[in-house]
Each structure stands twice: as structure tokens, then as C-alpha cells.
Design a protein around this ligand. Structure first.
Ligand code: PLP
Length: 387
């Protein structure tokens, strides 16, 4: 019964398959028995493999066990959950924080608590699927503004009529393009039009700003003028989502947010591990420095070779290839040359913008990057047959 649909995906070069690997987070991994350099994970600071993060999880399992028993409101809130939320609020310089099982469930839960069927959402066209799903669940009217286009956003704000509340949604660093939202301008429009601003800082947390606090620190924006959400699963190397903001926001979410209330609490071990990760981000800025050095080395190398990158300003380096088949064959060729880079296709990205999406971490060495660039040089002829 699903075979026709699957065949159709295959025919369009959009069929996806799971690849089993021996590690998804180390800078080098083994695929089909062969060692390869991994440029696919969002473990930007290597914290998924950091001894102190692992130790925090292990110790907490020894003490609390593995699962968490029930929803946070029933039996599930344990000391590590509280400790993590205190640390997150301090790190993000907000009054309070709330954690979720995943960034995905944070987004699908928060948005419907902020707006409803009488309200309006204005979201950047490239917002993550979890944000879009949250918008749909809310039943608010959803209008999309052109990517990072504050003029268009302003036009939509001027045109709105009768909507009770307006929620503006953007990402800090866009997950598939690596570019950055013009957050100061968006924040100004937010206050000018008395809207609410939700920023998804999934990719900025831990790596942006002088202390790694994220996109809001990068732009030196007052954290009190917006709501931030993010994930513990990227630079923080663990699992879970979070929201930070005022005491009253967090209190309201605890009382109304369905994806917080009607789900079992995340394991206490993961809360403790994430708290350890936040400590490392604050005490070891060298990781962030290495990440950005590596990012610049890889970015410059690819640029010099002639690859067409997005307007990225982050460790996410997308090479636009347009055609999904080409993206898949480039990815396969790179694997033959010892580099694992995933092909990203619709519906994850808009039609006609299939791409290779490279991510680099602080744990790659300059030699890894040289080896990877060598492989890219070998496959460049696939997109440029005349050279
Ligand atoms: C990864 C991601 C999420 C989802 O976070 P998870 O913790 O992986 O569920 C949400 N928003 C953006 C922009 C992301 O990149």
C-alpha cells in the first residue's frame, strides 16, 4: 500500500534511507568498515563526547535510575531538572527556563500557548518544520515573510487588521542555510507594532556571542524583549528542548503547554549532562575559538575551489546544487573519498535548492579539514565538467 508512494520518491531522487554508523558525533567515524571524516553532526563543541558531560550522565543514572517515572507535574521533576533550568536561566540571562523532551516538542507546544485562532503569526519563510507545525497546531493565521526581509515583515505588520495578537517567529541561525536573522531590526518592529517575538536559537546556543549565550548575546539584545527557545541537542551535546523568558511566561507554560504537561519528563541524567555542558561552555571558551577557526579554514577552502555556498555566517556550510540527484551523487562520491556529508533535499529545503550541508566542530583538526578539502577538490568536477 505504500509501495507506489515510495517508488515515486525514488523516481524523484527524494527517497531517504537511514545509514547506520558507529558514531554520529565523533569527528571521524566508520561507515561500511571504512574510516571517514564526519561533517554531518551539530555537535559543534564536541560536548556529546566530553568526559565531564558523560560523567554527569553516568553519576546521575547511578543515583536516579534511567527513566523519570511520569510527567514533570505528576512525579517527574527531580533535582537535576531544577538544576538545569536554574543554570539555563542564568546562562541566558533571563528570569526563568523550562525544558522539554526535545526542541521539536518545545516548538509545537509553546506556539499554541502564545497564539490561537483569533491571532496572527508572521514567520520567516525558512523556519524549521517544528516551528511550522507549532503554527499549524495553534490555528492562528500564518503569514510567511521573505527570508530575512524586514521590509516585507513591516509590510505584513502594516497590513494586519483585527488580529488580536501578533507573534513574529524567526530562527537565530537558520538550520539549513547557516545565515543569521537581522534580529535587532526584527526586535524593533516587534516593539513598534506591539507584537511578541519568538526566536529559535537551536543553532546559536553555545557558539554565538562572546560567552556562547547565543544569538541574543551576539546582537547584544535585551533578553527581556523576546522569548527564546532552543535545544540541548546541538552545541550542548545532549537531548531536549528549552524555553527561556519571564517567570510569568514559564509559569503559564507549566500550566498550559500540552507538550510539557502530557509527556513523561526527560531523563534526569540528560538534564545533569546538559547542565555540565553549560558549565563547560562558560569555563572553556577555547572550544568556541577552535570551532570558528575550523569553520573559517573549511569555508575559505571551499570558496577558493569555487563552490557556491549560501550567505552563511556560522559553522553550517551549505553548498547549493539545486538538483536532488546531483546532491545525492556528490554525497556518495565524497563518501568514496573518505568524507561523510549529507545531501539535504525537499521537503527539508525548498524545491530547487537541494544541497550538501557541511557542519564542522571544534574537535576536527586542521589535518581533518585539509583531507576533507582534498576530497572536495576531487569531486568538484562533478559540478564543473569542463575543468
Ligand atoms: C534541530 C532544530 C529543532 C529541533 O530540536 P530537537 O531538539 O532536535 O528536537 C528546532 N528548531 C531548529 C531551528 C532546529 O535546527
Amino acid at each position: 500500500m505504500f509501495d507506489d508512494e515510495l517508488d515515486e520518491l525514488t523516481r524523484k531522487h527524494l527517497r531517504r534511507q537511514l545509514k547506520t554508523v558507529n558514531s554520529a558525533t565523533a569527528p571521524t567515524i566508520t561507515i561500511d568498515g571504512k574510516p571517514v571524516i564526519q561533517l554531518a553532526s551539530n555537535n559543534y563543541l564536541g560536548l556529546a563526547n566530553h568526559p565531564a558531560v558523560k560523567e554527569a550522565a553516568i553519576q546521575t543514572i547511578q543515583h536516579y535510575g534511567v527513566g523519570s517515572g511520569a510527567s514533570r507535574l505528576i512525579s517527574g521533576t527531580q533535582t537535576p531538572h531544577h538544576g538545569l533550568e536554574t543554570a539555563l536561566a542564568q546562562f541566558k540571562m533571563t528570569e526563568a527556563a523550562l525544558t522539554f523532551g526535545a526542541g521539536y516538542s518545545a516548538n509545537t507546544g509553546i506556539i499554541p500557548t502564545l497564539v490561537g485562532s483569533q491571532d496572527l503569526i508572521l514567520a520567516d519563510r525558512l523556519c524549521h518544520a517544528s516551528l511550522i507545525d507549532g503554527c499549524r497546531i495553534s490555528q492562528a493565521t500564518l503569514r510567511v515573510f521573505h527570508h530575512n526581509d524586514t521590509k516585507h515583515l513591516k509590510q505584513l505588520l502594516e497590513k494586519r487588521s483585527g488580529a488580536e495578537k501578533t507573534l513574529i517567529i524567526t530562527e537565530g541561525i537558520f538550520s539549513m542555510d547557516g545565515d543569521i536573522a537581522p534580529l535587532p531590526e526584527i526586535a524593533t518592529l516587534t516593539s513598534e507594532f506591539q507584537a511578541t517575538l519568538l526566536v529559535d536559537d537551536a543553532h546559536g546556543t553555545g557558539i554565538m556571542g562572546e560567552h556562547g549565550r547565543g544569538i541574543v548575546e551576539h546582537f547584544e539584545i535585551d533578553p527581556n524583549v523576546l522569548i527564546q527557545m532552543g535545544t540541548l541537542s546541538k552545541a550542548l551535546g545532549t537531548i531536549g528542548g528549552y524555553v527561556v523568558g519571564s517567570h510569568s511566561l514559564i509559569d503559564y507554560l507549566i500550566n498550559t503547554c500540552r507538550s510539557f504537561i502530557y509527556t513523561t519528563a526527560p531523563p534526569p541524567s540528560m538534564a545533569a549532562a546538559a547542565q555540565a555542558a553549560i558549565n563547560i561552555i562558560q569555563s572553556d571558551p577555547g572550544r568556541r575559538a577552535r570551532l570558528w577557526q575550523n569553520r573559517d579554514q573549511l569555508y575559505q577552502g571551499l570558496k577558493t575551489m569555487g563552490f557556491q555556498l549560501t550567505n552563511t555566517q556560522s559553522p553550517i556550510l551549505p553548498i547549493i546544487l539545486s538538483d536532488p540527484q546531483l546532491a545525492v551523487s556528490m554525497s556518495a562520491k565524497l563518501l568514496e573519498h573518505g568524507v561523510y556529508v549529507p545531501a539535504i533535499r525537499p521537503p527539508t529545503v525548498p524545491k530547487g535548492t537541494s544541497r550538501l550541508r557541511l557542519t564542522i566542530t571544534s574537535e576536527h583538526t586542521p589535518e581533518h579539514i585539509e583531507t576533507a578539502l582534498h576530497a572536495f577538490r576531487q569531486v568538484y568536477k562533478l559540478i564543473s565538467p569542463t575543468t
